[in-house]
Design a protein around this ligand. Sequence first.
Ligand code: ATP
Ligand code: MG
Length: 256
Amino acid sequence: MVDKKKIKTEKGDSKRVPTGIEGFDELCGGGLLRNRSYLLSGAAGCGKTIFGLQYLYNGITKYGENGIYIATEERPDQVRENVLKFGWDFEALEDEGKLAIIDACSTKIGIPSHEKYVDVRPFDLRSMMDQIIAIQDTIDAKRALVDGTTSIGFYLQDPSKIRVELLKLSTTLEVLGLTSFMTCEIIDENSTSRFGVETFVTEGTIVMYNKRVNDVRIRSVEVFKMRGSDHSKGIHPYEITPTGIVVHPGEGVYTS
Ligand SMILES: Nc1ncnc2c1ncn2[C@@H]1O[C@H](COP(=O)(O)OP(=O)(O)OP(=O)(O)O)[C@@H](O)[C@H]1O
Ligand SMILES: [Mg+2]
C-alpha cells in the first residue's frame, strides 16, 4: 500500500517529470527527477514498450514536452500501428515535429528502412548518440525512450564494457536535458536487469512483472530504486486498458 502522506512531494519538486501514467506518479513523489535516466526492466510482454511510449505520448500531449524514441527491437511502422489501438496517433505528432523515432532495428536485421531517422550502425552507441544529439538540435526534446538495451548488451558481451557504454549513453541523455527510460529484458524474476550491471548506471529502476498465479497472470510494477527520492516500497498491480497502462497504487499484489 502507498501511504501518500509519507511519499511527499519535496521542495524543489517543480523539477519532477510526471509520467502521466495513471497511478504511477504517486508511487514516486509526483514523478521522475528531471534530466535523469531510468531503467525499465521486465520480462517479455510485461508492458515495457507500452509504458515507455505512454510516457512519451503523455509528455507531448499533456505537458508540452517533446520526445525521442529509439526503437532497437521493433520496426517503427508496427509500433505506430500498435499504439493507435490506445488512441495515440504517433504519425501526427511526428508531422508536428514533436516526436522523433529513430529506426535502430531495420539495419540490424538487414532490411531497408524508409524512416526519416535511421541508425545505420545499430550496435555503435556513439553513432546512436550522435543521431540523438542532431535530433535534439531540431526538436528540443525533454523525454526519451531507448527501447531497449539488451541487444546492445549481447553484442558487447563483456559486462564491464556494457556498463561503461550504458553509462555513456545514460549520461549523454542527461546532459542533453532528457529525462529518459531505457528498457531492459529480464529472464530471471529475482533479478532487475539482464547483465547485472544496467541498474547501476541509471538513476532509478522500475521493474514490471507479469507473474503467473494459479491459472492467471497478474501484472504488477515496483519502483525498485530511485536515487534522490523517496518512493513506494510496494509492488502494485497495473492493467493495460484500452487507453494504456493504469497502475493501482492503493493496492498491493500480495496483500489484501
Ligand atoms: N491494445 C491492447 N490492449 C490490452 N493489452 C495489450 C494491448 N496491446 C498489447 N497488450 C498487452 O501488452 C503486451 C505487450 O506489451 P509490450 O510490447 O509493451 O511488452 P514488452 O515488455 O515491451 O515486451 P518485449 O520484451 O517482448 O518487448 C502484449 O503481450 C499484451 O498482453
Ligand atoms: Mg518491448
